[in-house]
Ligand binder design. Sequence first.
Ligand SMILES: [Mn+2]
Length: 174
Amino acid sequence: MKMLVVSDSHGDRDILVKLKQQFSSQVDALFHCGDSELPADDVLWSTYHVVGGNMDFDANYPQVQTVTVAGQRIFLTHGHRYQIKRDLTALALAAREAKANFAFFGHSHELGVVQTSGIVFLNPGSISQPRGEYAHLGGTFALVTVTDSQTKIEFCTRDGQIVPELTVIYGGKE
Ligand SMILES: [Mn+2]
């Protein structure tokens, strides 16, 4: 199964439309980790699972969602309520409580992925306002591919190109 993860688009609706057009037929689910700055009733959210971020003031956004796709359990949240800029402890506890094997989040605008205790923590970076070591890529999103033998995380630029040196593969079952 395959998933697309994007975050922190901050009003840049066009890129979300573009990613939907390019990838929705290729993936099982699309996720937005918050700070879209779009209304909670935007038609895009019939395509993306979404949560609210610290810059989403529409009270109709959920802060947290746990989504099951093809047997994978995804804990989706923006991250500001779990102090993700400090460390992943609070997020890890919440994801474990939700019995998730993925935690998708954003907030820092810095891409990153780590697997610990059977949970893959993924921040796809900001698609529109990237920060940190990979800001020069001009904005990123992530593709997650899960097979029986491995989990592959690929980071892509806004035009959908995979950045091969950032690909991470976690093999086998833990
Ligand atoms: Mn943000």
